[in-house]
Design a protein around this ligand. Structure first.
Ligand SMILES: Cc1cc2nc3c(=O)[nH]c(=O)nc-3n(C[C@H](O)[C@H](O)[C@H](O)COP(=O)(O)O)c2cc1C
Length: 384
């Protein structure tokens, strides 16, 4: 029975990047043309994810990653909210300037003046860069001209990039998709226009707006963009193992790889990539590491958000982190029913202690006596 999620690399058949080391894989600089630069020591970036990558989450990932995360990006933030001193927008922008660096704050919107104003506020906050979102597919965002709609408004986007890049000393970067739809793939043209307007890096999620998150990300488009512009390109989409991260760097002209959903399932992925690149055995987290990470996340959230919001976020992370675990669904069920973080940790700690002691059947017996008895009787493995 596996006691960890199955994150099988989806490398093409017969492809194996080998055990490392990979000395040719290194960092890069964003902002050669701007007044300040971002030194990205490791070419692996924590993807912006709305509702996920807030400050507590980013710091949790950083702690699990040791030095493995080269660049952080906030969740996207509305320029309307930010420039009207909306409290929610301000909270989304908050970061620890000592721990969370380098960091870019991502904004979305389409109003040129507000985009510029927001960029100036971001620079004043001490962030190292401003990222403009051109990938969000949500109707409420695109209807107002922001997110992926900017992929259809190349001139507007170029004006926004130019105006923001002129207004701040820190680099302005752009995150795009492959295009709006399969019949309007224009990432290369958009990237070139952004570069000419002053963008200092381009992140490319290899799906169209119409695809949302369906299908597979197209890394050929990432490669095409990376070959068409001089600024660094960061590829995004479906990287879920250290091997894939290395392979994407080896087989495309991208300078960096962005990792999103896999970091929720496996918050240690950046450390594991670092291990692979250094030629060390890739370290798997222990059950104690997993429990500790959840405690750390809860501690970091404490004081930063209302107490009632914490259980929901814990459930979100736990649900992803325990996918594929033997009896993970029973743990999730128990945790979903718990009302407070304290109650949740009774189950979480008990579960990971039992995994460490190789004694899950007894934990199951305590959690759900009728199921456990069957298992103890027939030694059947239940993988959920
Ligand atoms: C829950 C969620 C929220 C996201 N929010 C943002 C966002 O705020 N800004 C952005 O540029 N991309 C956002 N994305 C897209 C990711 O940054 C990334 O490009 C995409 O998930 C593909 O990468 P992955 O397969 O590594 O997750 C989001 C993705 C997810 C799953």
């Amino acid at each position: 029975m596996p006691n960890a999620p199955d994150l099988t690399p989806e490398l093409p058949e017969g492809v194996d990047v080998g055990p490392g080391p990979f000395p040719q894989i290194g960092g890069f600089v964003i902002g050669e043309q701007s007044r300040t630069q971002i030194h990205v020591a490791r070419p692996f970036v924590l993807a912006p994810m709305s509702g996920v990558t807030d400050s507590p989450f980013r710091q949790t990932i950083q702690a699990a990653s040791e030095q493995g995360v080269g660049l952080l990006v906030t969740e996207f933030i509305s320029v309307e909210g930010l420039t009207r001193a909306n409290l929610k927008a301000a909270a989304r922008m908050s970061f620890d300037p000592v721990i969370e660096r380098p960091i870019e704050v991502q904004i979305f919107g389409a109003d040129l003046e507000r985009m510029v104003h927001a960029a100036v506020l971001i620079e004043e906050s001490g962030a190292q860069g401003v990222d403009i979102n051109c990938g969000c597919p949500a109707p409420k965002v695109v209807k107002r001209g922001g997110g992926a709609e900017l992929m259809r408004q190349c001139d507007t986007l170029a004006r926004i990039v130019e105006a923001t890049a002129t207004a701040v000393r820190i680099p302005v970067t752009v995150k795009i998709r492959a295009g709006w739809s399969a019949d309007s793939i224009n990432a290369v043209a958009i990237a070139k226009a952004c570069e000419s307007a002053g963008a200092q890096a381009i992140a490319v999620h290899g799906r169209t707006r119409m695809q949302l998150y369906a299908g597979k990300a197209d890394w050929q488009i990432v490669d095409d963009v990376a070959k068409a512009v001089r600024v660094p390109v960061i590829g995004s989409g479906d990287v879920c193992t250290p091997q894939e991260a290395v392979w994407r760097l080896q087989t495309t002209a991208a300078k960096g790889v962005m990792i999103g959903r896999a970091a929720i399932m496996n918050p240690w992925i950046f450390r594991q990539i670092d291990d692979l690149i250094a030629g060390r055995p890739v370290r798997d987290p222990t059950p104690a590491d997993r429990a500790q990470l959840l405690h750390r996340f809860a501690d970091l959230m404490g004081g930063r958000m209302p107490d009632h919001a914490i259980p929901g976020r814990l459930k979100q992370l736990l649900a992803r982190m325990t996918k594929g675990f033997s009896h993970g669904s029973l743990l999730r069920e128990k945790v979903m029913r718990a009302a407070t973080a304290q109650d949740m940790f009774v189950w979480i700690d008990g579960f990971f202690d039992a995994v460490a002691a190789d004694d899950l059947p007894h934990w199951v017996q305590m959690a759900r006596p009728e199921v456990a008895q069957v298992e103890l009787d027939d030694h059947a493995g239940i993988i959920t």
